[in-house]
Write a protein that binds this ligand. Structure first.
Ligand SMILES: [Ca+2]
Length: 85
């Protein structure tokens, strides 16, 4: 019984992919694609960009922000979602 529990507890748990933040100096809004919110310069604003933004939520002066305010908050999220796609 114990060994059964042990085998279950060591089951493989899927690990989410690591999101690489944009390069330092570019800032969250400083992508080269021209789309405000394209944080990874992929040419699209999608779930990856949203993930990057959320991973820096509430932080200040980390990578810059989309709206120019130093704190990453709902204003940055709104800009990102407005440019979605
Ligand atoms: Ca992107």
């Amino acid at each position: 019984m114990y060994s059964e529990w042990f085998m279950q507890s060591t089951a493989t748990v899927p690990i989410p992919p690591v999101v690489t933040p944009p390069p330092a100096g570019g800032g969250l809004g400083g992508g080269t694609s021209g789309k405000n919110g394209d944080l990874n310069n992929s040419g699209r604003v999608d779930i990856t960009d949203l993930s990057i933004l959320l991973s820096h939520w509430g932080q200040s002066n980390v990578l810059g922000t989309l709206d120019g305010n130093p704190i990453i908050n709902v204003n940055d999220l709104s800009i990102l979602l407005a440019n979605w796609g």
